[in-house]
Design a protein around this ligand. Structure first.
Ligand SMILES: [Zn+2]
Ligand SMILES: [Zn+2]
Length: 357
């Protein structure tokens, strides 16, 4: 089955909360960066009525602009439990005082929810309190934000020298999702839960004056060329925004997506699939173990490919575009791909799991 791949970024802010640019200008930046869709997520406000499709001047490309919301309890100190909400179709911030009530409300509205930067970075130099997810007892969330670019960047600012170095060239410091986040994800999926991972910019378009004496600038466009979520659809998009957004949300809910760091090289084209005696599966799906399942990985360029089961390595290729592994052992299987960029080994692609049952 030929799949349609859409590159998207699902976490960013406008002046409706603490971002710099409005939707139309962010859409232009997304077009220039080659994105197919974005979901704008202002803090505690769902901005409805945004023009969905924006086209490039030559009419050859377009980007779909959707709006969700990043919800948190504004009375809670220190700040915790930021939740990305998509497709709820209504304002849900009033439920934020109780994460379980919020998750239940999102589900009742047919929405999706992802724990934003669940293990955030600490940055003592800039007096920044990490905003962790603290309510792991709450259930019913769709997934987690596995990799948040701005959260990772904040963690690099450990000294004035580091602020100068990484402020001038953030890609020198960006390495991959936090180990705690990966471990927690593996713990949940090994216990039998289906947890979808996404990766985002958390773009604000802001200039960070606090980091030492350097003015650190993170334009939307630069961030849209970095950590993205690539979604796989079974059909092409139409011109109907409601229809198309439903396709995207369904694919996200199913985990038919992977996290790609597109700065070292385009991650478009990555695939992870399974063939069992009772059918085939792509990322996010379940497949019956039966007499054996063939797992197949295809990377867009030669790279280090790691296949993990419940978080433990089971197969690897050090410099290849393909990996094949046959197994009848149940578990959550996922792929990490590493590449060398700016002289160092860096996380490049993180797949969603295929669940062998
Ligand atoms: Zn947040
Ligand atoms: Zn945010």
């Amino acid at each position: 089955m030929a799949l349609t791949e859409l590159t998207g970024n699902l976490h960013m802010h406008t002046p409706y909360s603490d971002g710099e640019w409005h939707h139309a200008d962010i859409a232009e930046a997304a077009l220039r960066a080659g994105l197919d869709f974005i979901i704008v997520t202002d803090h505690n406000v769902w901005v409805d009525g945004v023009t969905p499709y924006h086209s490039s001047d030559d009419g050859k490309r377009r980007v779909l602009v959707l709006t969700g919301e990043e919800v948190h309890d504004q009375a809670l100190q220190p700040q915790s439990n930021h939740l990305l909400v998509y497709n709820a179709g209504r304002e849900v911030a009033a439920l934020a005082h109780d994460p379980q009530q919020l998750l239940d409300g999102v589900n009742a509205a047919g929405g999706l929810s992802f724990l934003a930067h669940p293990f955030d970075s600490t940055a003592p130099l800039v007096d920044y309190d990490p905003i962790h997810w603290r309510r792991w007892d709450a259930t019913g969330f769709t997934g987690i934000e596995l990799w948040n670019y701005m959260s990772e960047f904040v963690g690099l600012v450990t000294s004035p020298a580091a602020a100068l170095k990484y402020g001038a060239n953030p890609e020198l410091g960006i390495k991959g999702p936090r180990a705690e986040t990966l471990n927690k994800w593996d713990e949940l999926t090994a216990a039998g839960r289906r947890i979808v991972a996404i990766g985002n910019s958390d773009a604000h378009g802001a200039t960070y004056h606090k980091f030492g004496r350097s003015a650190v600038i993170f334009p939307y466009e630069m961030l849209f060329r970095a950590v993205n979520t690539h979604v796989l659809l079974s059909n092409e998009l139409t011109n109907n925004a409601e229809h198309d957004s439903n396709r995207i949300y369904t694919a996200l809910r199913e985990g038919h997506c992977f996290v790609g760091y597109d700065a070292p090289g385009p991650t478009r084209g990555f695939r992870f699939s399974a063939q069992g005696e009772k059918g085939s599966a792509i990322m996010g799906d379940e497949v019956v173990a039966g007499a054996g399942v063939t797992l197949q990985v295809s990377a867009p360029a030669k790279a280090e490919i790691q296949l993990l089961r419940n978080g433990k390595p089971v197969a690897q290729k050090l410099a290849d575009t393909n990996l094949t592994h046959i197994t009848s052992t149940p578990g959550a299987y996922r792929v990490e791909v590493y590449t060398v960029f700016k002289g160092e080994r860096r996380g490049w692609i993180f797949s969603n799991p295929i669940y062998i049952r």
